[in-house]
Design a protein around this ligand. Structure first.
Ligand SMILES: CC(C)(COP(=O)(O)OP(=O)(O)OC[C@H]1O[C@@H](n2cnc3c(N)ncnc32)[C@H](O)[C@@H]1OP(=O)(O)O)[C@@H](O)C(=O)NCCC(=O)NCCS
Length: 232
């Protein structure tokens, strides 16, 4: 079970086991830094002293890691799900659309300051969802999530979102994290509430580009109060 033996004080051996468990080859990787806060670990891995090639967030039952090419089938399973009706650019009609999304995300991850950090949620060794943090400027980041329907209702999105919010505040210096949802999207709204976000605006509308359907939209926000309390 990945991460089951994680300790608060990590050593090289623990890291090596962790990455080996995820299928990484030890050769060529140099672990340069690891930090643990609450139950969230942020691990940076550099390849041959080069740029950071992986950014992994460890939560209680899952890890979040940047999306990669080999995730195509798993990502398309949820991104191409025709039952998704309340996400602006989904469902993807074709695997090529999902492939392009993954390619664009990987390209963005190569930037020193990625605009949209797209993570996949890995649970029980499987990619079962996606979660992202998009930099909106002025210290504001927007979070978004999706979970494969086979794994909904298990608290996956809430746990992943909580870990990513922690990462945004502590590692990216976010001042505020926001999220939008369709006013009918009760599951998504519940995730926002569960991670402590507050409703800021319930008067907006949105238009879905693929269908032209108009719906109500909520804006939720979470401010980085930890900054004020000196916890960062
Ligand atoms: C939104 C989504 C990511 C939630 O994922 P999840 O892992 O099931 O979320 P969680 O289990 O952490 O929490 C969902 C909560 O919503 C509740 N919920 C689900 N459907 C609900 C409904 N129709 N009405 C009220 N509450 C509902 C669940 O009971 C749960 O609350 P609980 O833990 O108090 O029981 C998932 O439903 C999804 O992928 N939807 C399609 C994509 C999408 O709409 N993304 C969001 C775009 S803004």
């Amino acid at each position: 079970m990945l991460g089951a033996n994680f300790k608060r004080q990590f050593d090289a051996e623990t890291y090596e086991k962790f990455f080996a468990g995820m299928g990484y080859e030890k050769t060529g990787y140099e672990i340069v830094c690891g930090r643990m806060s609450c139950d969230v670990a942020v691990i940076e891995v550099r390849k041959n002293q080069g740029k950071i090639v992986e950014k992994i967030i460890k939560a209680e039952r899952m890890i979040l890691r940047p999306v990669q090419e080999s995730d195509l089938e798993a990502v398309h399973e949820y991104a191409g799900d025709k039952e998704i009706t309340m996400m602006m650019f989904l469902p993807n009609e074709t695997k090529e659309e999902t492939e392009k999304f993954i390619g664009d995300s990987i390209a963005d991850w190569k930037n020193e300051n990625p605009h949209d950090r797209e993570f996949v949620i890995v649970y029980e060794g499987k990619v079962i969802g996606g979660i992202d943090l998009e930099n909106c400027g002025d210290g504001t980041f927007e979070i978004g999530w999706i979970v494969n329907k086979k794994y909904r209702g298990l608290g996956i999105a809430s746990e992943a979102a909580s870990a990513l919010v922690d990462y945004g505040f502590k590692e990216l210096g976010a001042k505020k994290i926001i999220a939008h949802c369709d006013s009918k999207n009760k599951a998504s709204e519940k995730v926002m509430v569960k991670i402590g976000m507050k409703l800021k605006d319930d008067k907006e509308t949105r238009v879905y580009p693929k269908t032209g359907v108009v719906s109500g939209e909520y804006l939720y926000e979470l401010e980085n109060n930890r900054e004020k309390h000196g916890e960062n």
